[in-house]
Write a protein that binds this ligand. Structure first.
Ligand code: ATP
Length: 462
């Protein structure tokens, strides 16, 4: 397959940002005060989508692996953690300012020519020297604001896992190889935060740290690369929009022996979605040094051999995955007239915007729509909704023409609409309408929940 060189779909960041706001996926943080840079709020559809992505990842990484357990560590950690991890010293971006237009740039992100000549890529003004800027947010804990109370907001969730690794071995009797998974907030003082929620100062990560015997790390690294690729395939993501990027010597983080990013072709180009890293025994060795605690693994099945495990990390952004899935799902199409909608040729409704989410992550699974409000159809539809909501997230909409209501659900990415009409009153059947194909099938109300479950399980994107 020839690699795509640039994005070719109908989405643009402007369209995605505007749809996200209009439909209540994502709002600007503190919008009434003019917004807060690098921070975003997730609205009713956004939080459903985010929760479902997290649940899907959690299931994939814990429930389906007997040897992976979960953890939820605190955001505030002992500050020595970040000295040991190398973040105090090394977690920096190289920055330069333009003396003329006052813009600030990450010098690893501007063309080399500009950097060499110290010329601003925006206005041609003179750039200052490059200096290191630490990305960790600092605050104070306790009653005084002096250095004794200095504390950091964690810039990655991984360290919470490393400092608990012995607790988990002891409490859960884990044997190497085993993994620890965690989903949680991370904070970075990012200077360039454009492209909507792609790069933010407050975001969420989904990380899994896999502890292996030294010498088996390369095999496990390759294995996790395969598994994480397969994960996106299972989610129905456009696979020609994904590619690998191996970190070259200059890009490798201070702790890494090898690192690959899974990149996605966003409307603004190829960008990192997830990193798979061979972190070696760097972190646990450093924590041993800084804490004075023995963090060796004792291999009871092998003459009590002792060693510091190597760690293979899979690190994905939850909020970045959400953005990726909206971009990936976004489609616009001219549609044929739909059955039973009363639409006429040339009406505004013959174009639709549709989000083709996998039904397992779609914010609303089923919308229940009575054809009319009157003649008891609304009550019947409400009753069906009450039944379905035990198992699925549902929506109910009785406002306006049915064709319009389908379009609203298409735009929210709802995979199934259940339409209740006069025949439903007579024979207890309803219509199930599919978002992607717009096909409609009639089935008994009693068979609805099972049918939806089957459709979610067997979903294949065209
Ligand atoms: P970059 O080089 O783009 O700043 P990184 O290589 O430092 O990112 P990692 O530290 O490997 O990123 O973080 C793992 C994952 O966390 C990334 O693949 C991304 O999905 C997510 N992530 C990192 N930084 C941010 C951010 N500022 N906003 C949103 N998601 C982020």
């Amino acid at each position: 397959m020839a690699e795509l060189t640039e994005y070719q779909g109908p989405a643009s960041m402007e369209k995605i940002t505007s749809l996200a706001k209009r439909r209540g996926f994502v709002f600007q943080s503190s919008e009434i005060y003019g917004g807060q840079n690098g921070a975003w709020d997730y609205g009713p559809l956004g939080i459903e989508l985010k929760n479902r992505i997290a649940a899907n990842w959690w299931k994939e990484m814990t429930q389906l692996h007997d040897e992976i357990v979960g953890l939820d560590a605190a955001i505030l950690m002992h500050p020595r953690t970040w000295e040991a991890s190398g973040h105090v010293e090394n977690f920096t971006d190289p920055l330069a300012d333009c003396k003329k237009c006052k813009n600030r740039f990450r010098t690893d992100m501007i063309p080399e020519e500009n950097l060499k000549k110290k010329i601003c890529p925006e206005c041609g003004g003179e750039l200052t020297d490059t200096r290191k800027f630490n990305l960790m947010f600092k605050t104070h804990i306790g009653p005084t604001e002096d250095n004794a109370g200095l504390i950091y907001l964690r810039p990655e969730t991984a360290q919470g896992i490393y400092v608990n690794y012995k607790n988990i071995i002891q409490s859960s009797r884990m044997k190497i190889p085993f993994g620890i998974a965690q989903i949680g907030k991370a904070f970075r003082n990012e200077i360039v935060t454009k492209n909507f929620i792609f790069r933010t100062c407050e975001f969420e990560q989904m990380e899994m740290q896999y502890f292996v015997k030294p010498g088996t790390d390369v095999d496990w690294f390759n294995e996790w690369k395969k598994r994480r690729w397969a994960y996106y395939e299972k989610l129905g993501v456009k696979m020609d929009h994904l590619r690998w990027h191996q970190h070259g010597p200059g890009e490798l983080a201070h702790y890494a022996k090898d690192a690959y990013d899974i990149e996605y072709l966003f409307p603004m180009g190829w960008r990192e979605l997830e990193g798979i890293h061979n972190r070696t025994n760097y972190d646990l060795t450093r924590h041993t040094e800084y804490s004075g605690k023995d963090l060796q693994y004792i291999d009871q099945d092998n003459n009590n051999d002792r060693y510091i495990p190597f760690i293979i990390e899979t690190s994905a952004g939850l909020t970045r995955t959400l953005l990726m899935l909206i971009c990936d799902a976004y489609d616009e199409e001219k549609v044929a007239l739909e059955k039973n909608t009363g639409e006429t040729e040339g009406s505004a409704d013959d174009w639709r915007t549709v989000l083709r989410f996998h039904p397992a992550v779609a914010p609303i699974t089923a919308a229940i729509l009575p054809l009319m409000k009157k003649d008891g159809l609304a009550e019947l539809a409400q009753d069906i909704r009450n039944e379905l909501k035990e198992d699925f997230t549902t929506d109910y909409d009785q406002a306006g023409a049915i064709g319009r209501r389908y379009r609203r659900q298409d735009e929210a990415g709802t995979p199934f609409c259940v339409t209740v009409d006069y025949q439903s009153k007579d024979d207890g059947t309803v219509t199930l309408r599919y978002r992607d194909s717009m096909e409609q099938v009639r089935l008994p109300r009693a068979a609805l929940a099972e049918k939806i479950r089957q459709e979610i399980k067997g979903y294949k994107r065209n």
